[in-house]
Design a protein around this ligand. Structure first.
Ligand code: HEM
Length: 382
């Protein structure tokens, strides 16, 4: 089966950054770029083989020591240059801890996040899907009855919420955004995670999602939400109504939000499930609904949790909670609508995802609502 992958990243300029004590070239697209500290977009360079030990030659071991020293110096120098660039990038003097700026340039942060999405060594080539999942899990804990949970607080930084089974694997996404936080100390984690989801959706070809900043970070784990607030993939429509209803979503919104499963995949070491939903897991489309209706789904024969695979190839998957969307008579018509009309899906998804990101926040109505330009739009203009 041919998988379609988006490669929306282009016209990069090359910089040098520091990876595993080796200086390697990395490419970035934007002026205000953020070097990736732990990963690179390029094919990793194979480190030279460890020197053979030769007990007869003190000279050679000295040479090795010199080499290590030189590498450390080059490394330290590169890191110094890197942090300097970063400091210049955020426009503050070199010897000062960056102040939290009064006015934050969110489009600039959007562009920086866009720059770190692609990585050929990660999953299907993009961190986009896992950033969407982070934004969703950070906000999907909302309870409208108690006005607790939601996207304010970024409580998933703390245990026990970080260890909740539903959040398995999301450390990868949180860590990925650290470099953006470092360069933009003024943005809260809660806003950053939310903006990460919005950026990822738009950059993977999805709709513009109106976005409002203003989320605060909790000081500690005392406001962590209880376990079990996010949906259980082994359950069906009544459970989905219960969970999403608690957040304030109706049937139509449940189906619209579930369309995000066009993106990404299940990982056996995270949820226990396995495989992607669509053949284009880094592209935001209405393919989730199309596949759900078009393919014949049969139970996967394996030792893992109950899930479905397409009969034809066995390469695509559906969770029991996904199939519930066409087993439930009230939900299925929405699946059919969205499969037929991608524009309608984009419109409804945008509204529902915006609403999801607003859960748990008190707004005055006076806030600035941001609509970010996709980086591909910017490139077209140049
Ligand atoms: C309807 C109830 C839902 C259930 C039961 C569910 C369950 C799951 C599960 C089990 C995974 C696999 C995690 C892994 O193994 O890495 C997953 C991944 C994902 N979910 Fe959901 N989810 C639901 C709704 C949503 C919603 C509302 C969104 C966003 C609007 C969303 C976005 C994603 C994305 C993008 C991934 C892929 C992550 C990756 O590739 O790393 N899901 N979901």
């Amino acid at each position: 089966m041919a998988f379609r992958f988006v490669r929306v990243f282009s016209s990069r300029r090359t910089l040098t950054t520091f990876q595993n004590s080796r200086v390697v070239p990395v490419t970035f697209k934007h002026k205000n770029l953020i070097p990736v500290l732990s990963r690179t977009y390029t094919t990793p360079i194979t480190p030279p083989p460890p020197p053979q030990s030769n007990p007869q030659s003190d000279n050679s071991s000295n040479k090795i020591l010199y080499l290590i020293g030189a590498a450390a110096l080059i490394g330290g120098g590169s890191y110094y240059l890197y942090t300097n660039n970063l400091v210049k990038d955020i426009g503050v003097s070199e010897n000062k801890v960056p102040d939290k700026p009064k006015v934050i340039d969110y489009q600039k942060i959007y562009n920086q996040i866009a720059d770190i999405l692609e990585d050929n060594d990660y999953d299907d080539g993009s961190y986009g899907p896992i950033l969407v999942r982070l934004a969703w899990h950070a906000s999907g804990t909302y309870d409208k009855n108690t006005n607790t949970g939601g996207s304010d607080g970024s409580t998933m930084r703390f245990s026990p919420e970080s260890d909740h089974g539903a959040n398995a694997g999301l450390k990868t996404a949180r860590d990925k955004l650290e470099v953006i936080k470092l360069a933009n100390p003024g943005i809260t984690y809660a806003d950053l995670w939310s903006l990460g989801g919005v950026t990822a959706i738009q950059e993977m070809g999805g709709p513009i999602i109106p976005w409002i900043p203003g989320r605060k970070d909790a000081e500690d784990g005392s406001k962590c939400t209880v376990d079990g607030l996010l949906p259980d993939a082994s359950k069906t429509s009544n459970h989905l109504r219960e969970i999403f209803g608690r957040m304030g979503f109706n049937d139509r919104e449940i189906v619209a939000l579930a369309g995000a499963h066009a993106l990404g995949r299940c990982h056996p070491d995270r949820s226990g499930y396995s495989g992607p939903w669509t053949t284009s897991p880094t592209l935001f489309t209405n393919d989730f609904y199309i596949e759900l209706l078009k393919k014949k789904w049969q139970e996967k024969k394996w030792k893992g949790p109950k899930q479905y695979v397409d009969k034809e190839t066995g390469e695509l998957m559906m969770l029991p909670s996904d199939l519930a969307l066409i087993q439930d008579k009230k939900l299925k018509p929405y699946v059919e609508e969205y499969a037929k009309d991608e524009e309608l899906f984009f419109k409804d998804f945008s509204a529902a995802f915006h609403k999801l990101q607003e859960l748990g926040l008190t707004r005055t109505g006076e806030e600035t609502v941001y609509r970010f330009k996709r980086t591909s739009d910017e490139e077209v203009k140049k």
